[in-house]
Design a protein around this ligand. Sequence first.
Ligand SMILES: [Zn+2]
Length: 99
Amino acid sequence: MGILQKLLGREKEEEQVVEETPAECTHSSLVPRWDDPADIGKEDKASGWTCSSCNQAFTPAEREELRAADAERVRHRQQEIEELKRQKEELEAQEREQK
Ligand SMILES: [Zn+2]
């Protein structure tokens, strides 16, 4: 098994681990609620948010924090993917040189 296969195999395992640990909810599917019926449908007027996965309730301020954390997580994940791509290209270049 080459270094490249090991690297790709490890990436797969890490993804599976993430899927198998639902205990840590990322609260990515929040449902808004409104105190004033006139505001229903306006997300910026929501009085609070409830996670449809774990039913935890959040204030609008907490929801903003979650959205920021979520964006940060996505950015971090993209950086990891870029890093893996870079490593893969390096390994491919190395394997070509060895042949
Ligand atoms: Zn949740």
